[in-house]
Design a protein around this ligand. Structure first.
Ligand code: ZN
Length: 161
């Protein structure tokens, strides 16, 4: 399976609101497999379809490298059903490789969506995985983590190369 090219800011695709998926067909399944493969081959814990050049509502998340036992989540048409609490955590993004930032997010979320077999799922999540879910769903609405920085001077950090 090919590794997909990850688009970088300021590619206009990253500002696009992605389309809802209406049919899980062969080409979509093969794209989702490539998306997962690409995420696993990269240093990130999540990837959204528009980052790989397709404006459709699918995300892949796997925080297992930082949180053993978490497992892979692939969600089609994900939606945040409820969000509670708040916390600030350092985020990065494969599409904005040169920076990290402190971003305020909900601490706990419940997300619903459909898996690759078309089965409806509802996931309650907390910690890094909850942050990743919010970050990746933002991508489907054309929102990057840098759009959520409260104070550029205080909260944005250039990565050391
Ligand atoms: Zn991202």
């Amino acid at each position: 399976m090919p590794i997909l090219e990850i688009l970088k800011y300021p590619d206009p695709m990253l500002k696009t609101v992605s389309e809802k998926i209406t049919e899980i067909d062969g080409p979509l399944i093969s794209f989702v497999n490539d998306l997962v493969e690409t995420m696993k081959a990269s240093p990130g814990v999540g990837l959204a379809a528009p980052q790989a050049g397709r404006p459709v509502r699918v995300i892949a998340i796997d925080v297992t490298p930082k949180n053993p036992g978490a497992g892979l989540i692939v969600l089609i048409n994900p939606e945040i059903v409820s969000a509670s609490g708040g916390k600030v955590a350092r985020e990065g993004c494969l599409s904005v490789p040169e920076y990290t930032a402190n971003i305020k997010r909900a601490a706990d979320v419940v997300v619903k969506g459909v898996n690759i077999d078309g089965k409806e799922l509802e996931i309650s999540s907390t910690g890094l995985e909850a942050v990743a879910l919010q970050h990746e769903i933002d991508h489907l609405d054309g929102i990057l983590f840098i759009d959520r920085i409260a104070n550029m001077k205080r909260d944005l950090f250039k990565r050391r190369t």
